[in-house]
Design a protein around this ligand. Structure first.
Ligand code: ADP
Ligand code: MG
Length: 701
C-alpha cells in the first residue's frame, strides 16, 4: 500500500480531505482548483457568532446561540406570509422558533431533531422567540459538536453551486496544512519595521481570526502587498527605461526660447511658465521624459505642448501630438497651423479618415524628415507610421490612452534603444491619490491658474421645471450674439419608462417649437458622419448656429470662445469630472458664462454630487470628490488601463498605506534597481506574475 501524497498548496481540491465530488465541482467553478487558491480566497466579511449558552441564559435583543431538541412543529402554508413554527427545548427551558417563507423546512425540521440555532431572542407570550434564526441540524448518532466559544465566522464570496459554508469547512479543515508552506516575499526586518504580520499569519487571521483586531491587522498586510507590488512594478519599469533607453537630448538656447515666445500669441501664465521650465529641463536630458501635465480645463496646456514641440523642431527633430478624437486632432491642427502660419515649421494632420493616397504621401515625407509636427489620433500608433527622428510625443487627454499605447510609441522610434520623450496632458484632473497609483512612472507638472481675463463659470443646479427661465437667459445671450451648448445624455431616447432619457432630437424639437423659436439650432453627435459633424462645428464656430445640441462628443477640448452658456440635461447622469469637463467648454471668451445643470436628483447622494460642482471650480477638488463618491472603478474606466483591480486594497480607504507603499517601492528600487538579489527572487516572481503583462515588464524580466 502506498502512503497518501502529502498535502501541498498545489494539491487539487478533489484530493483534499472533506471534499466530496459535488463540493469539488462547486469549488472548481469558482476557480478554487487547489489548496493554494483556496487559501488565497479571502472572506469578504466576518460575522460574529456568540458563544453558546443554555436557553434560560439568552438575553432579549442580543445575538445568541443555543442547542436543543425540537418538540413540536407547525407549518402554516396559507395566509399572506407562509411560515413555519417550531419549539426547541433544552434542560433549562423552551424557545419558540419562527421562519417566514420557509415551508421547505418541513423536510428538515421535525420533532426529535436536534438543532443548534443562532439569532436574536425576543419576548414572546411570556417566553422567548427567535425569528428567522440560522440553524444547523446536529446529526443523529454522531457526537454533538463541542460547545462553541464566541468567534468570527468568515463569509466567503460564493455561488449558488458552492455555499460559503462549504468553502469555510474545506478551508478550516486544510488551513493547517497550507500555512507552513506559505513563503513570505517580504524580508523579516522590513515587515517588522512596518508592524506587518507574516503572510502565513495574515492568511490565518483572515480565515480563522481570534478577534476583530486580527481581521484588521491581516487586511492591512494583504492590502499593503497589493499596493507595494504595483508600486514596485511601476518603479522597476521606470528604472529600466532610465538605464536602458536613450532619448534625444534637445539643445536649448535663449535664442530658441525667444523665437518660440514670439510665435505664441499670448504671454505665458505663471502656471504655464512653470510647466515649460519642467519640460525644457526634461527634454534637454538624454533620458526619456515621462511627464504628466495636469491642468484644469482652459489652463492652456496646448500652449505648453506647442512650446515643447517647437523646442524639438528647433533642434532638427520631429514631434507628434495625439488627441483622443478626430474632432480634437483637427482642432489642434487648426490652432497650431494658425499660430505657425508663415513659419518654416511643417505641420500635418493624420487621422483614420485621411484618404490612402494622402496618407502614403504623409508617411513618405515623415520618414524623410519633411514633416516637423504630426498631429493625429491613435492612427499615429499604427506600425507603418515611421518618423525620421521623433524626439517628442505629446498625448492629449491621457485617460483615453492606455499604458499599452504609451509603450507602443516607443516602438515608433528609429532604433531599439532610442525612444521619444513623452508628455501627457490631461484636462481631467486626475486626483493625486489615483495619479500616483496609476502613473507612478510619470513625473507630474501642474499648470495652475487660468489665463488672464477668464472668469470662472457660474454654475447653477436647476430643477427641470425652471427650463423656461433658463432658456429666457439663453435667449438674451443669443440676442447679444453669444452662443450656447445644450448637452443631452443620449442620442436616442430610451424606451424604459423607469429611466426615460432625454435625447438630442427631442431637445432640438423643444427648442425649435417652444423655447427658442426662430433661433438657429443644430445637432451634433457621434453617430453623424465626420463630414456632417465638421460642417456643423464649423458653422457653430463661425456663428451661423446659435445653439448646438450635442452629446458628450464635445466633452474635451472644443474651443469656441463666443459660447457663454451651457445647459446639461439630466446632469445627474454624468460623472462629476465629466461635467467639469463639459462646463469648461464655456467661459473661454470675454463674456461671463453660465452652466445650468438640469436635474431632478432622486437621491441625496445625487444632490450632493451636483452641489460639489456648483460649489467649486477647482477641477482637482472635484475629481477627488468624484473618486470619493463613486470609487475609482468608475473613474475614467480604470479597467482600460489594463491594471487588475485590487482585491483587498481600496485606494480611498488605504491612502496612507498607498503613500507608504510608494515610498517603500521607490527606496527599494533605488537600492536594488533590477530586483535581482537572491533574497528578492520570490518577490520578483510574484511581481512579474501579477503585473508582468499589464505593466509591460517583459523586457525587464
Ligand atoms: P486646455 O488646458 O484646456 O487644453 P487650451 O490650451 O485649449 O486649454 O487653452 C484655452 C484657451 O486659453 C485657448 O483659447 C488659448 O488660446 C487660451 N490661452 C492659453 N494660454 C493663454 C495665455 N497665457 N494667455 C491668454 N490666453 C491663453
Ligand atoms: Mg486641451
Amino acid at each position: 500500500m502506498t502512503s497518501p501524497e502529502p498535502i501541498t498548496l498545489t494539491t487539487p481540491v478533489d484530493a483534499l480531505p472533506g471534499v466530496g465530488a459535488e463540493a469539488a465541482l462547486g469549488l472548481r467553478a469558482l476557480g478554487l482548483t487547489n489548496l493554494g487558491r483556496l487559501v488565497a480566497h479571502l472572506p469578504m466579511r466576518h460575522e460574529l457568532l456568540e458563544a453558546e449558552s443554555t436557553i434560560d441564559q439568552l438575553q432579549v435583543g442580543v445575538n445568541g446561540s443555543v442547542r436543543g431538541e425540537v418538540t413540536a412543529t407547525r407549518p402554516v402554508p396559507r395566509g399572506p406570509k407562509p411560515r413555519f413554527h417550531a419549539v426547541l427545548v433544552d434542560d433549562s427551558g423552551r424557545l419558540e422558533l419562527l421562519w417566514f417563507n420557509a415551508l421547505y423546512l418541513r423536510d428538515k425540521i421535525a420533532p426529535d431533531v436536534r438543532l443548534r440555532v443562532h439569532g436574536v431572542a425576543r419576548p414572546y407570550k411570556g417566553g422567548l422567540q427567535m425569528i428567522n434564526p440560522r440553524f444547523e441540524v446536529l446529526r443523529e448518532g454522531a457526537d454533538d459538536p463541542p460547545t462553541r466559544e464566541r468567534r468570527l465566522r468568515p463569509v466567503y464570496p460564493a455561488s449558488e453551486r458552492c455555499d460559503t459554508r462549504v468553502i469555510e469547512r474545506v478551508i478550516a479543515r486544510n488551513l493547517a496544512h497550507a500555512l507552513p508552506l506559505i513563503e513570505d516575499h517580504l524580508p523579516d526586518a522590513f515587515r517588522a519595521d512596518r508592524s506587518l504580520p507574516t503572510l502565513a499569519d495574515a492568511y490565518r487571521m483572515q480565515h480563522a481570526p481570534e478577534d476583530e483586531d486580527e481581521v484588521l491587522r491581516s487586511r492591512r498586510r494583504l492590502a499593503f502587498d497589493e499596493l507595494l507590488l504595483l508600486q514596485l512594478g511601476v518603479h522597476l519599469k521606470r528604472a529600466h527605461l532610465r538605464s536602458h533607453l536613450r532619448a534625444p537630448a534637445i539643445r536649448l538656447s535663449p535664442a530658441v526660447d525667444r523665437h518660440i515666445r514670439e510665435r505664441i500669441p499670448h504671454t505665458l501664465t505663471p502656471g504655464q511658465e512653470e510647466a515649460v521650465r519642467d519640460v525644457a529641463r526634461d527634454l534637454s536630458q538624454p533620458t526619456p521624459t515621462n511627464r504628466l501635465i495636469q491642468g484644469d480645463v482652459g489652463s492652456g496646456k496646448t500652449t505648453v505642448a506647442l512650446y515643447a514641440m517647437l523646442l524639438a523642431v528647433a533642434d532638427a527633430h520631429q514631434a507628434a501630438l495625439m488627441a483622443p478624437t478626430e474632432l480634437l486632432a483637427e482642432q489642434h491642427y487648426l490652432t497650431i497651423t494658425r499660430i505657425l502660419q508663415g513659419s518654416r515649421v511643417k505641420v500635418e494632420l493624420l487621422t483614420g479618415s485621411v484618404p490612402t493616397t494622402d496618407r502614403d504621401r504623409i508617411l513618405r515625407r515623415l520618414l524623410a524628415g519633411e514633416i516637423d509636427i504630426l498631429i493625429g489620433t491613435h492612427a499615429l500608433l499604427t506600425e507603418d507610421v515611421r518618423f525620421k527622428s521623433l524626439a517628442l510625443a505629446v498625448i492629449d487627454e491621457q485617460h483615453r490612452f492606455g499604458v499599452h499605447q504609451r509603450s507602443r510609441l516607443r516602438e515608433q522610434a528609429s532604433d531599439a534603444h532610442t525612444t521619444p520623450h513623452v508628455l501627457v496632458m490631461t484636462a481631467t484632473p486626475i486626483p493625486r491619490t489615483l495619479a500616483i497609483t496609476l502613473f507612478g512612472d510619470l513625473d507630474i507638472s501642474v499648470v495652475r491658474g487660468l489665463p488672464p481675463g477668464r472668469r470662472p463659470v457660474t454654475t447653477i443646479v436647476a430643477n427641470p421645471d425652471t427650463r423656461a427661465a433658463i432658456y429666457a437667459d439663453v435667449e438674451q445671450r443669443i440676442a447679444k450674439k453669444q452662443q450656447a451648448f445644450v448637452i443631452a445624455p443620449a442620442i436616442e431616447g430610451s424606451d424604459d419608462p423607469a429611466a426615460p432619457l432625454r435625447d438630442v432630437r427631442t431637445i432640438e424639437r423643444e427648442l425649435n417649437e417652444r423655447y427658442l423659436p426662430g433661433r438657429r439650432v443644430a445637432v451634433v453627435h457621434a453617430q453623424l458622419s465626420r463630414q456632417t459633424r465638421d460642417h456643423v462645428m464649423a458653422r457653430f464656430r463661425s456663428g451661423l448656429i446659435d445653439v448646438l445640441v450635442a452629446t458628450t462628443v464635445i466633452e474635451v477640448g472644443v474651443d469656441i470662445p463666443n459660447a457663454s452658456a451651457m445647459i446639461v440635461e439630466q446632469a445627474d447622469r454624468f460623472g462629476l469630472a465629466q461635467l467639469h469637463q463639459l462646463r469648461g467648454r464655456v467661459g473661454r471668451g470675454e463674456h461671463q458664462a453660465v452652466c445650468y445643470l438640469v436635474a431632478d436628483p432622486a437621491t441625496p447622494e445625487g444632490e450632493q454630487r451636483l452641489g460639489v460642482l456648483a460649489a467649486t471650480t477647482d477641477g482637482f477638488e472635484i475629481a477627488e470628490k468624484d473618486l470619493e463618491i463613486r470609487g475609482p472603478g468608475e473613474l475614467f474606466g480604470v479597467r482600460q488601463w489594463g491594471l487588475p483591480p485590487f482585491n483587498v486594497a481600496d485606494i480611498m480607504r488605504d491612502r496612507e498605506l498607498l503613500a507608504l507603499a510608494r515610498r517603500d517601492a521607490a527606496d527599494w528600487i533605488a537600492r536594488s534597481p533590477h530586483l535581482d538579489d537572491p533574497g528578492e527572487q520570490l518577490l520578483r516572481k510574484r511581481l512579474l506574475k501579477t503585473y508582468g503583462e499589464s505593466l509591460g515588464l517583459a523586457d525587464v524580466g
